[in-house]
Design a protein around this ligand. Structure first.
Ligand code: ADP
Ligand code: MG
Length: 728
């Protein structure tokens, strides 16, 4: 093993940046491999083109006849771009994307062949995908799953394959993927937000969700990666002592990008341009070898597809540069983890960002309405929001070094806090003309100016308002954004629906003016949702105590956090908003619990293997060297030898102690695993893995890491943190 480590280091040190030729402008490359509007105008009949645009805007179904036209146009275009195959591209609940390629090529008898791609093949497929997770939805008698074209996300060519974004549903129409519930949630918030936006502007007839994700990741040389079985199999290091220098000096953040990495980034960005992923920002992150990539925000469904595609492209481009991308939320203990901030807002068909204040008091009241309703929604469903970001990997990050805690709170900045404090004082019932003028002039009217110098940037808040959008920061780096986006949009849709009901009833029953009614309902919301607002240090001990006092949830582990996914309140919410039915909700819950148990199980196996088959033998080898040394000293010094070998003897004993502890902990961990595996119920099994198996990871690691400090570096088998993080 140690030979592998040194070979890997040598290989890494000899690498040169890959040369990237960039002759075309990025703007010329943008969308070249996408079946976008410009291409559709060229390759589709007018009727077919209009049909796709209609489907895009109002969700109208596309007829089979028109689908035939579209597929023919798509095929012609794809062939001119060198594509030979097509695939339905979807996002099953495994967390990665799935595709099965079929050739356009088809025989027509007499030894002849043609390229064919019919409407049927475009619109629907039945992939043999029986091994994707389904949480009991696909019983054997209804085992079929279908992929169906999502015309709102354009087809694209990757490599030589035409990829058609699709949803993935069961025979009975239940969602088996991430996209289906997301599309339903987006539809739900469109309806609810449009109805409310109409209070302020009658011309609004559609509200779109916008999402701008920020993807954090680590890059490790592929040879170093291959020298660490834990990284290879679990995506994170299960062992490894902290390096003498980590990120204390903050010298990596926003520093100059290492040249091999820059070549990778440029290569990746060019690929993104061709695929129509509008990447814009790149920089070093806080930890050594950690980086970030962010695009210009887009409509949420498209943004989610683009993020899933990006993660795939990142892996593929990395191969050309001898890198491995680590998407894991916490690849290295004691070093910053990776997240994927989800910047979220709502935008009208009239081009207005509903979370951006405007130039008139009325527009600002609109802003406040959406702003306060979002906070109220987060308040009411904080525990569900926490559940959407739960995973075995993110558990290491939430509450750990420099990361959001497992408590959900909202940060809005001191200026907006002052505005809400003012609004909280408005009169119960009808407002006097003076009060209204005063409000409009001095509170609502001042919002744009306030936001101009709203420099408050609380990096410790999991859900922060950042000027014209909310930033959900607790999302993990390898997560599919669809999950948190589905929940966030659903809870805000529900909240806006309630808001409209309350305002309408005050107008109708209490004969209030519309803006009086709005002020009244907002006042109630501000009062009711106070406990979710927190402006202080989210990482501090004090907040944990304060949050407990406020009655906010603090679910530190995934099995605990996921419970909120199947509460009565959650199921009622999803059913009412028509996002998921009870069966779909329960299936997802079960899948996530299973995944949790499996991840811990895999990590436990790897750790046991490394500890017993790599670490203990190495420790014994070194101990034998010491024993030989002590024997030699005895030969030379006779009775004096104890003075001269005191340290060696001490180390020999220490090594024995660590070996003993490791060995017994591994035995006990295996026993705990066996017990957990026997448990039938998914929740109980996940609890057992969390409470009885996982704790051994820490103790085993402790002793292995101590040995790393004792044993001769020459024979240590695992590539060390210092080497993983600082060699490039
Ligand atoms: P930072 O948060 O790092 O200071 P920015 O404020 O520029 O950076 O934005 C970060 C991300 O927010 C970018 O990916 C951007 O596309 C996204 N973003 C900006 N405006 C919106 C919006 N209205 N809706 C959704 N995302 C947005
Ligand atoms: Mg950010």
């Amino acid at each position: 093993m140690a030979t592998l480590r040194f070979q890997a280091l040598k290989e890494t040190l000899n690498r040169k940046p890959v040369k990237i030729d960039e002759t075309d402008r990025r703007s010329d490359l943008f969308g070249k491999n996408v079946f976008n509007e410009a291409v559709m105008r060229q390759f589709l009949t007018k009727e077919a083109f209009n049909s796709v645009m209609e489907a895009n805007i109002s969700g109208l179904k596309i007829s089979r006849v028109v689908a035939d036209h579209i597929s023919t146009g798509m095929k012609e275009w794809a062939i001119t771009k060198g594509a030979t195959h097509y695939t339905h591209w979807f996002q099953p609940l495994t967390g990665s994307t799935a595709e099965k390629h079929d050739a356009f090529f088809e025989t027509i008898g007499d030894g002849l062949a043609i390229e064919k791609f019919g409407g049927n093949q475009l619109v629907q497929q039945e992939p043999d995908a029986s091994s994707f997770p389904h949480g009991g939805i696909r019983n054997t008698f209804e085992a079929r799953g279908y992929t169906a074209w999502d015309p709102t996300s354009p087809a694209f060519i990757y490599g030589t394959t035409l990829c058609i974004p699709t949803v993935y549903v069961s025979y009975t129409g239940e969602a088996l993927d991430y996209k289906t519930p997301l599309l339903r949630a987006l539809q739900s918030i469109d309806g609810a937000a449009t109805a409310v936006a109409k209070y302020f502007d009658k011309n609004v007839n559609r509200v779109e969700t916008t999402l701008g994700w920020e993807q954090e990741y680590f890059l490790i040389d592929s040879a170093l990666f291959a020298s660490r079985p834990d990284l290879q199999l679990s995506g994170r290091t299960l062992l490894g002592h902290s390096p003498a220098k980590g990120q204390q000096l903050d010298d990596h953040y926003f520093g100059s990008i290492p040249s091999r990495v820059l070549a990778y980034m440029r290569d990746l960005e060019i690929e993104c341009m061709l695929l129509g992923i509008p990447v814009k920002t790149r920089h070093n992150e806080v930890a050594p070898n950690q980086f970030e990539l962010a695009p210009i925000f887009e409509e949420a469904n498209l943004a989610v597809d683009h993020n899933s595609l990006l993660m795939d492209v990142m892996d593929k481009v990395a191969e050309r540069h001898n890198f491995k991308v680590l998407f894991h939320e916490k690849p290295f203990q004691g070093i910053n983890g990776s997240g994927k901030h989800n910047n979220w807002s709502l935008s009208t068909n009239t081009g207005v960002n509903l979370l951006s204040p405007g130039s008139t008091p009325m527009k600002n009241l609109q802003f406040l309405t959406f702003f306060i309703n979002t906070i109220k929604a987060v308040h009411d469903y904080e525990e569900l929001l926490r559940a959407t970001i739960a995973s075995a990997a993110n558990d290491h990050r939430l509450g750990a070094n420099e990361a959001p805690p497992a408590i959900i709170s909202a940060f809005i900045g001191s200026q907006l806090t002052a505005v809400l404090d003012e609004l909280e004082k408005v009169t119960d019932g009808k407002l006097s003309p003076q009060e209204k003028t005063e409000l409009k002039l001095n509170v609502v009217g001042k919002i744009p100016e306030i936001l101009l110098d709203n420099t408050d940037r609380n990096r410790t808040s999991p859900f922060a308002f950042t000027g014209n959008k909310f930033e959900f920061r607790a999302v993990g780096s390898q997560a599919n954004c669809a999950n948190p986006m589905t929940v966030l949009n659903t809870i805000v849709a529900k909240q806006l629906t309630e808001f409209k009901k309350s305002v309408d009833s005050l107008v109708k029953d209490k004969k209030m003016k519309k803006d009086d009614a709005i002020f009244n309902v907002l006042r109630e919301y501000i009062q009711d949702s106070k406990k979710i607002r927190f402006e202080g240090d989210g990482y501090g001990e004090a907040w944990q105590k304060e949050a407990a006092k406020r009655g906010l949830s603090n679910n530190k582990t995934t099995p605990q956090a996921l419970r909120a996914q199947i509460s009565k309140k959650t199921i009622a919410l999803f059913e009412e908003m028509k996002v998921m039915n009870k069966r779909e909700v329960e299936a997802r819950h079960e899948i996530e619990l299973e995944e949790y148990s499996m991840r811990i199980q895999i990590e436990g196996r790897i750790l046991g293997d490394i500890a017993r088959n790599h670490i203990i033998p190495t420790a014994i080898k070194y101990q034998n060297i010491l024993i030989k040394n002590v024997r030699g000293l005895k030969d030379i010094f006779a009775e004096d030898f104890k003075t001269h070998s005191a340290e060696q003897l001490e180390i020999i004993k220490e090594i024995s102690d660590h070996i003993k502890n490791i060995n017994s902990d591994v035995t006990n961990m295996i026993d705990a695993r066996k017990k957990a595996n026997k448990i039938e119920n998914a929740q109980d099994r996940a609890d057992a893995y969390c409470d009885n198996v996982k704790p051994f990871f820490e103790t085993i690691r402790y002793h292995c890491d101590k040995l790393e400090l004792l044993v001769d570096d020459e024979i240590w088998p695992l590539t060390k943190y210092r080497e993983l993080l600082f060699t490039r």
